[in-house]
Design a protein around this ligand. Structure first.
Ligand code: FUB
Length: 329
């Protein structure tokens, strides 16, 4: 009899209790999962001006390195850094792979740079201050057999100097190189400040192939980045100052470029905004910098952050939402 109660009556009793509970009690809220705070992605040094490539299923993140003292309100940058990750969250660091001093003809300012792989070699295009023989900013190129270096000057002189570009009189218009290899194998270098320049590169990646041209983009400040998705080319860039990121689209790397609007707002307490865009394991990422490490972070002590990038069906880009959480594992 006792057994009969347990097997037949008790379940019925429990289920009536459940019904009563669901009527009388408010529905409990679903458990919310606490997300990790993953931005900035590097927190032991200041990192700026990100560029990134995917090689052998690994992301290599190349950054500038802000070392300005807390009371110094301009850039102090002497070398570039490299990190790698296979999940966009955990980043491995390496010995310093490239310094201004590695370019004998340069005297200062390890400003924005970008790396590309071609035929098993890694070419790193950098902005620096030329020595007094050719005043102004200049673009150099270093090369290595490994994505993490060591890199060495590939040319022994600058690839671009201030006297080669005359669309503006300023001495800092030859900065922020962005390199892109089109589907037919032709490589292009884009760069500029105030004026956006581009030129073809020869197959050896260390000589220009033909004339330097300009692209007319609204409020172009600096930091061009070229990427392609499907049959669309995208030219994103720093817009106005303090800088937002804007972008233009084209069906050809040679243009015409159609301005599409703002992609990212002013990046918090950093007056510059410098982006890299990559696709990795089927997802798209927007890599940028803020002054997010406190108390001393800011325009001259920046830190690289990563958030998702989303495309609309027509290929246009959704505005980036900068988050503290960043990318979750
Ligand atoms: O980091 C120095 C300069 O600030 C870069 O070359 C620009 O893109 C801006 O981020």
């Amino acid at each position: 009899m006792q057994r009969l109660f347990m097997f037949c009556v008790l379940p019925f009793f429990i289920s009536c209790q459940d019904m009563n509970n669901s009527v009388d009690k408010p529905v409990e809220s679903k458990e919310t999962k606490e997300l990790s705070i993953n931005n900035p992605v590097i927190t032991d040094v200041f990192t700026a001006d990100p560029a990134a490539i995917v090689h052998n299923d690994t992301v290599f993140l190349y950054t500038g390195h802000d070392i300005a003292p807390n009371d110094f309100n301009f850039y102090k940058m002497e070398d570039w850094l490299v990190f790698s990750s296979t999940n966009m969250v955990d980043w491995k660091s390496y010995p310093v792979p490239l310094k201004v001093d590695d370019f004998k003809w340069a005297k200062a300012d390890a400003w924005a740079a970008e790396v590309i792989e071609k035929d098993g070699k890694f070419f790193w295009y950098v902005s620096v201050e030329h020595d007094d023989t050719k005043p102004g900013k200049a673009i150099g190129v270093a090369v290595s057999d490994s994505p993490t270096g060591p890199f060495e000057d590939a040319l022994g002189k600058a690839l671009i100097t201030n006297d080669m570009t005359t669309a503006t009189n300023i001495r800092w218009d030859d900065i922020d190189p962005s390199v892109f290899i089109d589907d037919d194998g032709q490589a292009y270098l884009f760069w500029g400040n105030t004026v956006c320049y581009y030129a073809k590169l020869k197959d050896n990646m260390i000589e220009l192939d033909g004339e330097i041209k300009t692209i007319d983009l609204p409020n172009f400040t600096e930091a061009p980045w070229i990427h392609k998705k499907g049959d669309n080319y995208y030219l994103s860039y720093a817009y106005q100052f303090p800088e937002k990121t804007a972008y233009a689209m084209s069906k050809s790397i040679e243009g015409p470029w159609e301005y599409k609007g703002i992609l990212n707002e002013v990046a918090g307490n950093s007056n510059t905004n410098h982006q890299a865009i990559i696709e990795y394991k089927g997802k798209d990422y927007f890599i940028y910098h803020t002054g997010g490490i406190q108390p001393n972070g800011g325009s001259f002590r920046r830190s690289v952050c990563i958030d998702e990038l989303n495309y609309n069906e027509d290929g246009t880009l959704q505005r980036v939402i900068m988050t503290s959480e960043g990318i979750q594992k």
